[in-house]
Design a protein around this ligand. Sequence first.
Ligand code: NAG
Ligand code: NAG
Ligand code: NAG
Ligand code: NAG
Ligand code: NAG
Ligand code: NAG
Ligand code: NAG
Ligand code: NAG
Length: 497
Amino acid sequence: MMSLQPHLYAMISALSVLQVFASDMYTAAVYEHAVILPDVTDKPVPLDEALILMNRNIDVLEVAIKEAAQQGAHIIVTPEDGIYGWNFTREALYPYLEDIPDPQVNWIPCTNPQRFAPAPVQERLSCLARNNSIYVVANMGDKKPCNCSDPKCPRDGYYQYNTNVVFDSQGKLVARYHKYNLFRSETQFDYPKEVEMVTFNTTFGNFGIFTCFDILFHDPAVVLVKKLHVDTVLFPTAWMNVLPFLTAIEIHSAWATGMGVNLLASNTHNTLMAMTGSGIYAPDGPRAYHYDMETENGHLLTTQLSSYPHLSPTYPAAVNWSSYATSIKQFHVDKNTFMGAVHRDNFTFTELITIAGNHTVCQKDLCCHLIYRMVEKREDEVYVLGAFDGLHGSVIKYYWQICTLLKCKRMDLKTCGQPVTTTQTRFEAFSLSGTFGTKYVFPEVLLSGLRLAPGEFQVLNDGRLKNNNGTAKPILTVTLFGRYYEKDPPHPLRNSP
Ligand SMILES: *[C@@H]1O[C@H](CO)[C@@H](O)[C@H](O)[C@H]1NC(C)=O
Ligand SMILES: *[C@@H]1O[C@H](CO)[C@@H](O)[C@H](O)[C@H]1NC(C)=O
Ligand SMILES: *[C@@H]1O[C@H](CO)[C@@H](O)[C@H](O)[C@H]1NC(C)=O
Ligand SMILES: *[C@@H]1O[C@H](CO)[C@@H](O)[C@H](O)[C@H]1NC(C)=O
Ligand SMILES: *[C@@H]1O[C@H](CO)[C@@H](O)[C@H](O)[C@H]1NC(C)=O
Ligand SMILES: *[C@@H]1O[C@H](CO)[C@@H](O)[C@H](O)[C@H]1NC(C)=O
Ligand SMILES: *[C@@H]1O[C@H](CO)[C@@H](O)[C@H](O)[C@H]1NC(C)=O
Ligand SMILES: *[C@@H]1O[C@H](CO)[C@@H](O)[C@H](O)[C@H]1NC(C)=O
């Protein structure tokens, strides 16, 4: 009896564990959409003309939504600006906007379209969700009338918000989020007065939502994960890729890992604007991703992932990002460092001259350590280790701490940090770490041809980003991207008239 019981117990618990994991998966879809853009104009077009353009885009989204539903997806995310594009003055955007009510009103636009002011876009999205029994996430414009009783009311009598909406599988509006961190060129929109922490709960996890540039800031992104404990973040974006640290697939997958949360990132597709790169990212790595600078086509990704990633056996352990780097004593700070610009940021670099070695570079409070071994030291390619500890950005400034191993564009060391998309140098091993002052560090590994490296690196709980056995393709950059939110200066535009 006593000898059997533990086996039985083990068997039962193994079964129930399996059951829990089997039932706690869901299928997610993201659609990278090549937005059909309206003609550029300063003056507003008639309402019906705006609606025709929006319906042409929704026609494309409809095909993706139906396909995703057929593949069993519970939810589909479509991109920021996915219904009308981005090239607008404030006035020219107006005919594209709808008044989007607070989801508390409990509204299914598909079954009750007349309840509020005309809302053809919300009605159609709601019907697509309802008809296909799938949650639909979309980005559109919200307008809210105001008047002189509100001193902040814009002169034209409306607030215009960049807004995400979510319709559940019955077509009910369950979430509305007004983008808080507008990108500096988004002058067609107003900043919301307060940051909104928007979550909704489902049978397949607790969801949070934000938009594009929001991902680089504390509010609402970090709050949703750390205080409200969402399982999955929904992330419509119109992301312009910027090498070496801020291409969409690179930073978005790193954010999911660094924050320990699922991220469903749906990007706009427009190669002229360098917008491509969507993915379904779990904390332990991407489940699916798409990057395409070759064609002008949209693309649907559908895959399973864990509803409650923190309960999954592969959930990464908590990381102390400075533990290893502050504990080592044997490294000498390199003397042959030089300054180089990554866009407008002045990095401290040191060249990797030998086929293998240990290097340390420091800038202000940040010291970065690298141990590496290349397969071969090529004569025609240069790599550097770099450190940056400072404010990034021209208008909107925010604080970065960065340790990076990267390939210079050409042999000339002045080109280190300039965009480069292919390389040939293979590494046998690397280990990168830094004396970060922030808890928020996002580990990036980007390979030649802009490919991710799922399963090819580890993040140790002492903060080392490590590879022991090479990568499938040569390395463009290995970066620990730290965001020191506490050192961000006040926002220069928000709350100003
Ligand atoms: C629209 O695009 C044109 C050309 O690409 C650009 O010159 C103009 O500044 C843009 N306007 C707005 C409002 O974004
Ligand atoms: C939804 O289905 C109804 C009939 O079941 C149809 O009339 C309507 O056009 C459909 N709407 C969408 C957006 O698919
Ligand atoms: C001004 O707006 C508020 C709500 O925003 C509304 O209650 C009020 O009636 C409006 N006043 C006028 C004069 O339109
Ligand atoms: C979400 O709903 C589940 C039951 O479906 C419940 O167990 C869980 O506590 C809810 N989470 C939140 C954050 O409300
Ligand atoms: C991280 O590790 C360093 C060095 O071991 C230690 O001083 C620090 O207190 C740790 N931080 C946290 C949050 O545990
Ligand atoms: C970066 O370095 C350049 C050249 O040394 C200098 O002109 C510039 O002011 C520096 N920028 C910052 C933000 O320190
Ligand atoms: C680098 O440091 C490690 C210890 O951290 C040491 O074992 C190794 O020999 C060093 N390699 C070189 C090339 O200096
Ligand atoms: C390392 O990579 C080689 C070839 O890519 C492979 O044969 C070997 O099994 C790998 N070793 C480990 C420990 O993963």
